[in-house]
Design a protein. Structure first.
Length: 145
């Protein structure tokens, strides 16, 4: 009996480690994704592992180096910042300015309209994507205020 209980506990521990490696919780800062997400919302993000990123997905990515976000120092490899944005276009699609999104890149927009997004810093390399949003973290602050 103890062997079975020990096996269940070990299995549960392994499942938790795997889940923690595959999922992260990110807190939204700012109103760029309103009304979908509001400042302080927490979202569950599935880490990206070479899956195809689709149009309209909400993703978390590392901000381009040198980007200045309100109230923060410029982003660098040593001082990265994360962005939560919606994928507006993928490689081969037309950007809003009429240019084509290059291979290996995506075009990101905030839901709130005028925002610090790909209109400001251009297409983002897919390798900078941390993961895609799978939902809001239950039991934590949500958009219903």
């Amino acid at each position: 009996m103890w062997a079975v209980l020990f096996g269940v506990v070990i299995s549960a521990g392994v499942a938790i480690v795997v889940a923690r490696a595959a999922l992260v919780v990110v807190t939204v800062r700012g109103g760029s994704m309103e009304p979908t997400l509001r400042d302080g919302d927490r979202v569950i993000v599935a880490r990206w592992r070479r899956r195809r990123i689709q149009r309209d997905a909400v993703v978390v990515c590392r901000a381009p180096d040198g980007l200045v976000l309100p109230g923060m120092p410029p982003t660098t490899a040593a001082n990265p910042a994360l962005l939560v944005k919606r994928v507006s276009a993928v490689a081969g699609d037309l950007q809003p300015d009429g240019r084509i999104v290059p291979a290996g890149h995506i075009y990101l927009l905030g839901d709130a309209g005028a925002d610090l997004d790909s209109r400001e810093f251009g297409p983002v390399p897919i390798v900078s994507v941390v993961g895609s949003m799978v939902g809001k973290a239950p039991g934590l602050p949500s958009s219903s205020r």
